[in-house]
Design a protein around this ligand. Structure first.
Ligand code: GLA
Length: 389
């Protein structure tokens, strides 16, 4: 992966915004993977994500004005924003920053003007959460630069609210949370109902996780995401009319026959089957990782993919093809990760098979879709932090 041009970006910052006697500070937030617990983080479910070593970096310097001057290296543009902040239809990358400012101010803090430069190497649309990383790094940079002392957990919630209210995607809390609190070599198990979490280090022995980027992003992603979420909410309402004891779809323990009697539509039924079966697979995966039974972990990953594809209907032809072929090549486990409709597949396999698998997969994917696949080995890394310069 490209390493970030921190030094060059500092020069660039001073070229665009001018040199003053105070230097900008540099902050960095990682990407994330999720081992298990997909599409359950807005339903009170358990998720098992980890931060990984792709990142978004921002330089930030207060500018003693009322303007937020934002520059993106990727888009090569500088956008000035003034209050009242509104979604920007032309340069929507600024929405992740503006949304965070609005959410911080809604907590009663004031966010004075600043100059900010952003750069990153998280492939966009890859399902590795480049937008959550931008939200979290912005929140942290503002909190540190203006002495607001907002906890990392709170910054995660601010990022999620920015995405829900300003950007308009009704995402759950997983991405922002792990990007905020991640720790080198550890994943977390996060209860998205209570937000309690713990760190876990799993020894994979002679096995490894890696990622395959399908390099496709289907554009129904945001609207379909919100639709899935509302289907889950309406399913819960119908279930509650018969069984008022359940507050979360994730906790429901009914059989398919019992669910059918609640009057769910076929979509609501399929979504519910995914959510409650994902709960059982999550237990198996945690147990398997703890006891080093990686074959059972891999089987659950394949089952999650099948469920995301057939029941939750958030996969696509390309990621289905990748997982199907990986299974034929005998990898231990694989599944799409993140919101879906393209993006990355997470693979679990024996360490010595990477070269062979990547060669064969690249060939068959190119033949079928005429698109190149990217393979990423990664390290589990820290959450958001300041980088000293
Ligand atoms: C996206 C969202 C997350 C989560 C995943 C699916 O990454 O941002 O909140 O819902 O999809 O698990």
């Amino acid at each position: 992966m490209d390493s970030l041009r921190s030094k060059e970006n500092l020069n660039q910052f001073e070229k665009i915004f001018g040199k003053t006697n105070s230097s900008p500070r540099l902050f960095e937030a990682p990407a994330r993977i999720n081992i298990i617990g997909e599409h359950v983080d807005y339903l009170g479910g358990i998720v098992l994500p980890a931060a990984i070593n792709f990142s978004v970096q921002v330089y930030l310097r207060p500018n003693q004005s009322e303007t937020y001057q934002l520059h993106s290296i990727a888009y090569n543009e500088t956008i000035p924003l003034k209050k009242p902040l509104r979604p920007n239809l032309q340069s929507s990358w600024t929405d992740y920053i503006a949304g965070v400012i609005v959410e911080i101010e809604s907590l009663g803090h004031s966010v004075p003007g600043f100059d900010l430069l952003v750069d990153g190497n998280i492939p966009q649309g890859s399902g590795l959460s480049s937008s959550a990383a931008l939200e979290v790094v912005t929140g942290y940079a503002i909190s540190e630069s203006f002495g607001l002392k907002i906890s990392k957990e709170k910054i995660a919630i601010i990022g999620q609210k920015a995405e829900n209210n300003f950007v308009g995607t009704k995402c759950g809390i997983m991405d922002q949370f792990i990007i905020a609190v991640g720790k080198e070599n550890d994943c977390i198990s996060l209860n998205t109902d209570t937000l309690s979490y713990s760190y876990h280090h799993f020894d994979l022995g002679d096995h490894e996780f890696y990622l395959i980027n399908s390099n496709v992003k289907h554009n129904l992603k945001e609207s379909a995401y919100n639709k899935r979420r509302s289907e889950c909410e309406s399913a819960l309402q119908k279930i509650q009319a018969n069984y008022p004891k359940w507050n979360q779809l994730y906790d429901v323990t009914l059989t398919v026959e019992e669910l059918k009697k609640c009057g769910l539509t076929s979509e609501e039924l399929k979504r519910t089957i995914h959510v409650i079966s994902e709960r059982e697979r999550t237990k198996l995966v945690i147990k398997g990782l703890e006891s080093n039974q990686l074959q059972s972990v891999g089987d659950s990953l394949f089952e999650t993919h099948e469920s995301l594809s057939k029941q939750f209907e958030v996969s696509c032809e390309e990621t289905d093809f990748i997982v199907f072929h990986l299974k034929k090549l005998g990898v231990i486990g694989a599944r799409m990760i993140g919101g879906g409709f393209g993006g990355c597949v997470l693979v679990l396999d024996k360490q010595n098979r990477f070269e062979k698998i990547s060669e064969e997969m690249k060939k068959s994917y190119q033949q079928k879709f005429n698109i190149a696949l990217d393979f990423y080995k990664f390290q589990i890394s820290d959450g958001v932090k300041e980088i000293s310069i």
